[in-house]
Structures are given as structure tokens and as C-alpha cells.
Design a protein around this ligand. Structure first.
Ligand SMILES: Cc1cc2nc3c(=O)[nH]c(=O)nc-3n(C[C@H](O)[C@H](O)[C@H](O)COP(=O)(O)OP(=O)(O)OC[C@H]3O[C@@H](n4cnc5c(N)ncnc54)[C@H](O)[C@@H]3O)c2cc1C
Ligand SMILES: NC(=O)c1ccc[n+]([C@@H]2O[C@H](COP(=O)([O-])OP(=O)(O)OC[C@H]3O[C@@H](n4cnc5c(N)ncnc54)[C@H](OP(=O)(O)O)[C@@H]3O)[C@@H](O)[C@H]2O)c1
Length: 487
């Protein structure tokens, strides 16, 4: 149902049959609309789960909607590619659904477009009836302690990006020569990082972890990973599946402090079921964890906040971390960590801060709440900006699994459709959508990567992976990605 036609200086463009009747192509390749019969054109910024799920719902709910996704990188799927741990391949099956959406006749994917830089939100709003911001949370929360910039200190965002092949992190080269690593934060990202640091290489080498990080892990000296939380066991942020993976990690024992668990057994009976099960598993690990024959170990350390990164005589390399000991005020999820005045120093050469990601503003015309680090919105409608919507982590903050992101993206799509149907968006004006934007990008020397071109990158990665016995070997270099995409 979709024709490919040559369009403007050799680039290729999709023209959708559903709106063919309402459009004509001039000899210059400019599309002129002459009736309001063509359907709504919606643009999505960001090709991660939120972008794809929003597109999926829009395409399903409106048979005349055309949806274009603009993605900064030449490759799609956001954190499913660059966040989800390599040893969790089953989670990445959502890529199949996203691929179906990208290949839908009324959807198109345009990678290699940095929105806010290559094209402004104003320009997108001019070219589309509605724009949905789904650009995730690409920043990371800083610990705001002295020494955070010393070598040996990394954000989990960068460390995860490194082992998952994010081009910006390919040169990270973390020094893994220290025996002890400390991870700050006790969410699922912290556990992903701990697991990757301690997993037997045989478990990792058949995953899509990059070869350079596999080589670095092969030479790693890390034998002990401490996962530090500012509050107590009843406030831990990870979930049971990820904790179970730590408990069951081969050749690794748990090393906890029994003093961190005082009074926990008595609290068990009043806990909601998921937290009760999680706590019981932790307590089992405390009891059974001490098989001293095993060389590697991991452990939670509770009631401790980072205060300062310690360094040796060179004043540049981390040699340890100073932690403030806390007590809790209040109880349950809302309990607050309050310093007791005591401190504790832990010797370590690798420190990874995993205290959360953070959205960043991408365009000065878009409202942004710096305190919550989200685009302020009412059920996905960006405040005070008609025609602008948001979904995913940029809408609600950097928490929630893919299923949570799916539900909130479906909600945003539903709200957008409601607004169309209530006449809040002027659909009588014909919008040129991707034709206008592609032409604009061309004048700026920006060439996009279409989904079919990403499939060439995908095929190359799978080919390289096959020879290594892995599902894929990710390309790390953007220029190489582009060369293959446009070959
Ligand atoms: C390390 C990690 C591991 C995780 N593991 C799991 C897991 O195992 N299971 C699970 O269910 N959930 C997991 N999650 C959560 C899940 O990844 C998120 O719920 C989900 O990815 C959020 O989707 P999003 O689309 O909002 O953001 P993202 O996935 O970050 O997608 C945003 C996209 O926008 C693009 N973008 C950014 N800026 C621009 C711009 N200026 N112009 C154009 N495009 C732009 C980005 O390149 C990216 O592709 C994990 C999260 C992290 C951080
Ligand atoms: N396998 C999976 O399903 C998977 C894997 C990875 C990620 N994810 C999801 O992705 C989302 C993000 O994960 P995440 O681990 O980045 O975030 P998270 O779950 O929000 O955990 C953040 C951790 O950092 C701590 N923290 C925050 N600010 C701090 C500070 N200033 N000082 C010290 N500690 C601080 C938090 O402690 P407090 O509780 O005290 O604030 C918490 O322990 C989560 O929803 C997670 O479930 C899922």
C-alpha cells in the first residue's frame, strides 16, 4: 500500500496511499495539500519504548493518522538497546513489536536527527498537527559530593552505556584492577551493574555485551561489590527477580551485615506481599551467604550516604569513599535518612553512582520543570502548549519498567486522540509532516537513517555476532553505522 518514490536529490521518501487523493507532488518535489481529507500527522521525538508504544496506539486508534518518529541516534529502541542488561535477552523481545510499528504503512522512522539541534520543536509543531516528546532521561543524577570527577568514579548511566555499546561511552575504559567496587544506590540498575561485574564470563560471552567490555571484564580484578543504600532493607528499590539473580550468581556469596537487619524480622508480618517476599529473600541471603570457599562476594550496605570520594597522594584517582551513617525517621516507603554524625571509610578503586537517571531540556521553547526534571504535563498534555504532548520517562520521571512505560504511552496517545476528536487540534489545516522536515534537514546537511537503513546495520551486527557465537556484535562508531546504513 505504500509507494517508494525518488524525492529530492536522490533521497527516498514514503508516500502513503491513504492520503494520496488529497496531495499532489510538484516538479520540485514539494507536496501541496489541497483538502483537509488527509489525516492527522503526528510527530514523535525519541525512538525508545515510549515513542514506539505511543505510535502503536495512535496508529491503532486512528485509521487515518500518519506518525513519524525522529530519533537522535542512527539506531532505534532507546534503553532496550542501551540500558537493558545483555543477560536479559527475553526483555528485548519487545523490539519485535516496535519493528512491526516502524514497518506499519502509516509510520516512518527517521534516525540520526537530534531534535533541538538539527530541527527545533517549533519547526516540528509547524509541520505536524501534534508533537509527542518521548525522549527519555539522558542525564544522570549527580551525587554532588567532592571528588565525583576523580578517575575511577563513574555514573551507572555511562557504565551501562559502555557494556551495552552506546557510542558516546565506547572509550570509557573503566579500570577494573581494584578488588572492591562500591555501587551507590540500590535500584535494579545497581543490581544490573553488580551482576555484570561478578558474572562468570561464560555467562556473558553468549550475550550481546560488547567485545571490548567482555575483554575488560576478562581482566577484571573485582571480587567484592558493595551496593550501598541511604535507607534500610525495607526501603530497598530493587525487585525480587533481580535480587534472586544476585543470590543465585554462580561462584559468588552474599556478604551482608547482620546489624543492618535488626528489627526487620518483627516488621515482616505487616509488609505488603511483594516487599515481604523481597525482604525474606534478603534475610535468607544474610543467613546463608557465608561460604568462605567462594572467591567473589556481593553485599548490601544500608543506612549509608556518600559524603566524599577519597584519593591518594596524586589527588586524582579514587582510592575509597567516605560514607555517613544514617538512622531512619518515619517508617515504610516514606522513611527519611538522617545522618547520625558517624562516618565510615571504605577502601575501593571503582565507584559507580547508580542513584537515578534524569531528563534534560532539549529545546528552550518547551516548558521544563528543573526540580522534577520532567516536562510538566497534565496526563501527557504539556502544560500551556497546545499540540504538544509527552510520554515515557520524560513525562513521569526515570522510574518504571517497560510495561509501565507502555501503559503511560498508551494513556498519552488516548489523550491526544481525545483532543483531536474534541476539536482541540486544528486538523483542517494540511500539514506537510516529514516532507517539510526532511527538506529542512537537507538544507542543514542532515541525512536521516530510515528504518530500512537501520535494518542494514542490524544485519551487519547480527553477522558479526554470529561469528562470535553471540546474538549480535553492536557497532560502536556512528560514522560506521551511517556508512553501512547508506551503503
Ligand atoms: C540500565 C537500565 C536497565 C533497564 N532494564 C530494564 C529491564 O530489564 N526491564 C524493563 O522492563 N525495564 C528496564 N528498564 C526501564 C526501561 O528501559 C524504561 O522504562 C524505558 O526505556 C523508558 O522508555 P523511554 O522511551 O521513555 O526512554 P528511552 O528508552 O531512554 O528512549 C528515549 C529515546 O529518545 C532518544 N532521544 C533523546 N534525545 C533525543 C533528541 N534530542 N532527539 C531525538 N531523539 C532523542 C534517545 O536516543 C532514545 O532512543 C531499564 C532502564 C535502565 C536505565
Ligand atoms: N530488570 C529490570 O526490570 C530493570 C533493570 C534496570 C532498571 N529497571 C527500572 O528502571 C528504573 C530506574 O532504575 P534505577 O535503579 O536507576 O532507579 P531507582 O529504582 O529509582 O533506584 C535509585 C536508587 O538510588 C537511591 N538514591 C537516589 N538519590 C540518592 C541520593 N541522593 N543519595 C543516595 N542514594 C540515592 C535510591 O534510594 P532512595 O530509595 O532512598 O531514594 C534508590 O536506591 C526503575 O524503575 C527500575 O525498576 C528495571
Amino acid at each position: 500500500m505504500m509507494k517508494m518514490i525518488n524525492f529530492m536529490k536522490g533521497s527516498v521518501m514514503k508516500i502513503h496511499s491513504l492520503s494520496r487523493a488529497s496531495r499532489c507532488l510538484t516538479t520540485e518535489g514539494v507536496v501541496c495539500g489541497f483538502s483537509s481529507a488527509s489525516g492527522p500527522r503526528v510527530c514523535i521525538v525519541g525512538g525508545g519504548p515510549a515513542g514506539f508504544y505511543t505510535a502503536q496506539q495512535l496508529l491503532k486508534a486512528r485509521q487515518d493518522a500518519v506518525v513519524d518518529i525522529y530519533e537522535r541516534l542512527p539506531v532505534p529502541f532507546g534503553l532496550v538497546r542501551f540500558g537493558v542488561a545483555p543477560d536479559h535477552p527475553e526483555v528485548k523481545n519487545v523490539i519485535n513489536t516496535f519493528t512491526q510499528t516502524a514497518q506499519h504503512e502509516r509510520c516512518s522512522f527517521h534516525g540520526n536527527v537530534n531534535v533541538g539541534k538539527d530541527v527545533t520543536i517549533e519547526e516540528l509543531r509547524h509541520a505536524y498537527h501534534a508533537v509527542v516528546l518521548s525522549y527519555g532521561a539522558e542525564g544522570n543524577r549527580s551525587m554532588e559530593i567532592p571528588g565525583e570527577d576523580f578517575s575511577g568514579v563513574f555514573s551507572a548511566k555511562d557504565f551501562v552505556g559502555w557494556y551495552n555499546g552506546l557510542p558516546t561511552n565506547k572509550e570509557l575504559c573503566p579500570d577494573l584492577s581494584s578488588e572492591t567496587a562500591v555501587i551507590l544506590g540500590q535500584g535494579n540498575v545497581a543490581l544490573d551493574v553488580a551482576r555484570i561485574l561478578l558474572s562468570p564470563l561464560d555467562m556473558l560471552k553468549e550475550t550481546d555485551i560488547t567485545q571490548n567490555s567482555l575483554a575488560a571484564l576478562a581482566g577484571s580484578n573485582v571480587k567484592r561489590v558493595l551496593i550501598v543504600g541511604r535507607r534500610g532493607p525495607l526501603q530497598i528499590a530493587c525487585t525480587i527477580k533481580e535480587l534472586r539473580e544476585m543470590v543465585n550468581l554462580p561462584n559468588t556469596r552474599a556478604d551482608m551485615l547482620t546489624s543492618d537487619f535488626e528489627g526487620i524480622a518483627e516488621a515482616l508480618k505487616d509488609l505488603p506481599r511483594p516487599r515481604k517476599r523481597l525482604t525474606e529473600l534478603m534475610m535468607k541471603a544474610v543467613k546463608e551467604g557465608r561460604d568462605d570457599k567462594v572467591e567473589k562476594c556481593w553485599g548490601f550496605r544500608f543506612f549509608r550516604s556518600p559524603v566524599e570520594i577519597l584519593t591518594g597522594a596524586d589527588g586524582k584517582r579514587a582510592t575509597g569513599i567516605r560514607l555517613a551513617l544514617n538512622k531512619l525517621e518515619g517508617s515504610g516507603d516514606g522513611a527519611r535518612a538522617v545522618p547520625t554524625g558517624q562516618i565510615e571509610d571504605v577502601e575501593c578503586g571503582l565507584i559507580i553512582s547508580s542513584i537515578g537517571y534524569k531528563s534534560i531540556p532539549i529545546d528552550p521553547t518547551v516548558p521544563f520543570d528543573p526540580r522534577k526534571a520532567i516536562v510538566p504535563n497534565d496526563m501527557g498534555r504539556v502544560l500551556d502548549t497546545a499540540g504538544l504532548y509527552c510520554s515515557g520517562w520524560v513525562k513521569r520521571g526515570p522510574t518504571g519498567v517497560i510495561a509501565t512505560t507502555m501503559n503511560d504511552s498508551f494513556d498519552t496517545a488516548r489523550v491526544l486522540i481525545q483532543d483531536m476528536e474534541a476539536g482541540k487540534l486544528d486538523l483542517s489545516v494540511n500539514k506537510l509532516g516529514t516532507q517539510a522536515i526532511t527538506a529542512l534537514l537537507q538544507t542543514r546537511g542532515v541525512r536521516t537513517v530510515l528504518f530500512s537503513q537501520w535494518e542494514k546495520i542490524n544485519a551487519e551486527e547480527e553477522k558479526r555476532g554470529k561469528s562470535l557465537g553471540k546474538p549480535r556484535e553492536k557497532l560502536l562508531d556512528i560514522d560506521e553505522m551511517l556508512r553501512i546504513a547508506w551503503s
